[in-house]
Each structure stands twice: as C-alpha cells, then as structure tokens.
Design a protein around this ligand. Structure first.
Ligand SMILES: NC(=O)c1ccc[n+]([C@@H]2O[C@H](COP(=O)([O-])OP(=O)(O)OC[C@H]3O[C@@H](n4cnc5c(N)ncnc54)[C@H](O)[C@@H]3O)[C@@H](O)[C@H]2O)c1
Length: 468
C-alpha cells in the first residue's frame, strides 16, 4: 500500500474529488477491510507505550482557524511547554495566532501563505509535538508526515477520513514509536470522567448499552461565508454520507466499555434520513448570492444519521449525528448496565441506582462526589482557569503535556483514535448499501484481549505539570 505522506495537500476542489474517490471505493470496502486485517502485522504495541520523558515539550501547531488557537491558550501557560512554530495557510490567521502566543511568552516562527509550508514545520529538529488542527481530510496526511519526521502528534477530531488513512496512522505510529493522540475533549468532561470511574468501580454492574450523539445545529456556521476555511464543512456535508462527526459521543462510551482493552467494536449498521434542509438552504442563498452556486443541486448528507454498533462482548451502542435540525443540542451520553444507569442529556444529568427511577438531585450529587476521580480533584482549579469547552480542553492539553513530560502512556492512543474515527467511512458505506452491516476493523489485531486500561483518571502517573 502506498504511503500517504508524500501526496500533496488536497486543494478546495480536490476535497470534492476525494469524496467521490471514496464513493468509488465503497463497493470494495468490506473486502479491503479483510485484506488490511490479514496483511497487518503489529510491529509494536503502542497501547500502554511510554516514550522517553521530555522535560521541556517543544510544540508546533498546524492550522490556526477556529480551533487551533485553543492549544495556544491551554498549552501556552503550562510550565515545560515552548511553542516553537505555527503553520497556517491564511496569513491573517497566522498573525493573530502569533500575537496570542506572544501574550503567553512564546516567540514562534511562522509558516504562512503556502499550502505545503507545514511540512517544513514537521521537518524541524527542535520540535517534539506537532498539533494538527486543520480541516479533517488533511489530518492523517499531516500526522503521518509529522511522525515520519520523528514527532509525536496530537490531531483534532476525527484523525482520519478513510480506512486506508486509519491503517496508515497505526502502521506509522508502530514503526516510528511516536504517539498519535486524537484531541477528544469530551473524554475530559467532569461527567464523562466521573461516569468512567463509576464504570470501572462497578456502579453499572455489567455495562450493556451506551448511547451517544453529536446533535448540534451547524446550519448557521456551515452556510456562513468563510466561517470555516474554504467552506470545508459544507463541502463535506455536500459530498458525504454517514456519521462524519462520531468521536465526541463514541469516545467516552468506548472508554467506559474498555474498547481496545478487554472488549472490541465488532460491526455496525447505519441508517440516515434524507436531507430536508441543506439543499433547500443552498438554493435559497444562491437566489440572492452567486457565491453559493457551487452548493446547489448537491446530494447532501441526510439530516439525521443513526448508527448501531455491536461489541465483541455483546454490548450495543447507539450513535447519532444531526448537524441541521433546530432542536436543542444533545450529546445524549447514556450508559445502561445490569445494576445502574446514567444519562447526561437532556439536562439535568441523572443517575439510576438500579431501582427503575432516576435518583433525586441530592442523591445524584452525592454519588457524583463519591466517584469523583483523582484527576478532577487535582486539576479542577487549573482547568477552570484555563477553560475551553467547560475546562475539558484544559484537562486534555494538560494531560497530554504532563504525560510527555513524565514519559507516561497517553490517555488516548493511536488505536483509540482510529477506532473512534473509522465510523466515518464505515457508516457511509452502510448508508450507501441499504444499511447493511459492515465489520469494524480491529486495529490492535488481537492485542485488545490483553491491553491494559490507559485513560489514567486515577493519576497513577503524574509529573506535576503546573502553570507558569
Ligand atoms: N471540540 C473539538 O474537539 C473541536 C471543535 C471544533 C473543531 N474541531 C476540529 O478541529 C479541526 C479544525 O476545525 P476549525 O473549526 O478550526 O476549522 P477552520 O476552517 O476554522 O480552521 C482550519 C484551519 O486550517 C488552515 N489550513 C488549511 N490548509 C492548511 C495548510 N495546508 N497549512 C496550514 N494551514 C492550513 C485553514 O486556513 C484554517 O485556518 C477540524 O477537524 C474539526 O473537526 C474540534
């Protein structure tokens, strides 16, 4: 299989072409999955891998649009972090990001205005960690190139758009022994970390079912001129099917079910409504503004996608994605076991102690306090100061940096990153094939049976990284 790192970055129109290319390969996807599986030999088990400690973590960030600057804000103030370089296609965004980095006492070199300049950032020999926060079709390519150039990588969600990219990320991480962590902030919400602790301590008995979602309308943002670089999100919705944003909900549920370490995702089926909103909106906007002409007449992703997953141990997961309807935002986050249950949305969050009723608010608070993991007790004050998605961005950045500084295994490894991301192409295949089932690759090729837990909410490993 050809490596991806040498290919040049897709241009705006190539993004469309990439979508079409994937569609062409869809027919073969089950066969391709079988072949990748048969041919993949785990060169090194990255689960539980602890890279040599790096006292002062030198960071480069690629892509400084809406999301990238979060990492300046949450890593910049930490002791033992130096932001060395920033790569951004749009010079004005690079200038803003540079200014922000300076406010935190960093003087990064800037690579701007050239769509391949990010490679130069990856090639530097004074960078330890490359953070990738560009549009997701470019994630895998950038992460692979960074690892091949000896850097650990932390990549925004999702880490990959195709099955081939998923395998290539795994192969590269195993060959180079470089970390590849997906920057999944939802794993670091207080509710998610506490319910993970509850799952580990037996509150649910045996977990039977999880339900999760990213149901949050992006109609405004996606159709606003250049809210996202090059209207890339709208182009994604105009050219793909399936759940193209699965990881915020699925990640924490997989962690509760010990996926990749005791259980494994087995197969999925995915069903999608028709699009009742986006094509209409594109036509409406085009009537007043020719800018929207290229978005007219597209076969948009359906408004609601529902994906059902079965695990090897026989559990089930229901995963939704709705980015258009005007209903209230929900991530659902339900976990149901033989002894107890919890549900985060619709608010207020609730738990059930096994008596067929949701507990009172008092009891909820008592139980949540009882199961609050050490990570929250230790870092909550700092997380509140740094902020970002209710402090979850701060936890995530801090844990990543602290683990690199201490030489500890990361909370989310390359297998988790690709397992949660591979739902994109797989759900797309299922939607395009009458909701037939499709096998979910085992990127650990069997190692999941013996891998140990990694999301270290008890802070077994802790290097005491503090604010400057
Ligand atoms: N909670 C979360 O975890 C969360 C939230 C928002 C976005 N995201 C993820 O973050 C990523 C970025 O989203 P966003 O909202 O910031 O998008 P964006 O369009 O605002 O930013 C992407 C940036 O990448 C830049 N870019 C494109 N090609 C480049 C290249 N060749 N070299 C350097 N820079 C390049 C663009 O100019 C743009 O500024 C997405 O993958 C998205 O899924 C995650």
């Amino acid at each position: 299989m050809a490596g991806l790192a040498g290919l040049s970055l897709p241009t705006a129109n190539a993004l469309y072409a990439q979508g079409l290319e994937d569609e062409k390969n869809f027919k073969d996807l089950p066969k391709r999955i079988e072949e990748y599986h048969k041919n993949h030999v785990q060169r090194f088990n990255m689960s539980g891998y602890a890279a040599p400690a790096i006292e002062n973590v030198r960071v480069g960030i690629i892509g400084l649009g809406n999301r990238g600057p979060t990492y300046i804000k949450t890593m910049g103030p930490l002791k033992g972090v130096q932001i060395v370089a920033l790569a951004e296609l749009r010079p004005e965004k690079a200038v803003q990001a540079e200014k922000m980095a300076k406010e935190y006492g960093h003087s990064p070199d800037i690579y701007a205005g050239d769509e391949n300049a990010w490679k130069k950032l990856c090639e530097r020999d004074d960078i330890d960690l490359v953070v990738v926060t560009t549009h997701y079709p470019a994630h895998a390519k950038m992460g692979i190139y960074a690892m091949k150039n000896g850097k650990h990588t932390a990549i925004a969600v999702p880490v990959a758009a195709t099955i081939e990219e998923c395998w290539e990320l795994v192969k590269t991480a195993e060959e180079t022994k470089r970390h590849c962590m997906m920057l999944e902030n939802c794993s670091y919400h207080t509710f998610q970390m506490t319910t993970l602790n509850m799952a580990r301590k037996g509150f649910y008995g045996e977990l039977v079912h999880g339900e999760c979602a990213y149901n949050s309308s992006k109609m405004h943002n996606n159709f606003t001129k250049n809210f996202y670089w090059n209207m890339w999100w709208l182009k994604e919705y105009a050219s793909k099917k399936g759940n193209i944003y699965p990881t915020h909900g699925l990640g924490p549920i997989c962690q509760m079910m010990d996926i990749n370490r005791g259980d494994q995702l087995d197969f999925l089926v995915s069903m999608e409504s028709k699009d009742f909103m986006m094509a209409e909106k594109a036509a409406e906007l085009n009537a007043k503004d020719p800018f929207y002409n290229e978005f007219v007449g597209k076969d948009y992703r359906g408004n609601m996608n529902c994906t059902l997953i079965k695990t090897k141990k026989g559990r089930t997961i229901m995963l939704q994605h709705d980015a258009t309807s005007p209903s209230p935002e929900t991530y659902i986050m339900g976990a149901y076991g033989t002894k107890g249950a919890s549900l985060k949305y619709p608010s207020p969050p609730r738990i059930c102690t096994g008596n067929h009723k949701w507990a009172s608010q008092d009891e909820y608070e008592k139980v949540m306090e009882q199961y609050k993991p050490k990570i929250i007790k230790t870092f909550n004050e700092m997380a509140n100061k740094l902020g970002g998605h209710g402090g979850s961005d701060a936890y995530k950045s801090w844990r990543l940096i602290d683990c690199l500084r201490g030489g500890f295994p990361l909370d989310i490894d390359v297998y988790d990153s690709v397992t949660w991301s591979c739902i994109l192409p797989l759900s797309s295949w299922s939607v395009n094939n009458n909701s037939n089932s499709i096998q979910i690759p085992d990127f650990t090729v069997g190692a999941w049976k013996n891998n140990e837990r990694n999301m270290d909410i008890d802070l077994k490993y802790y290097a005491n990284t503090v604010l400057k």
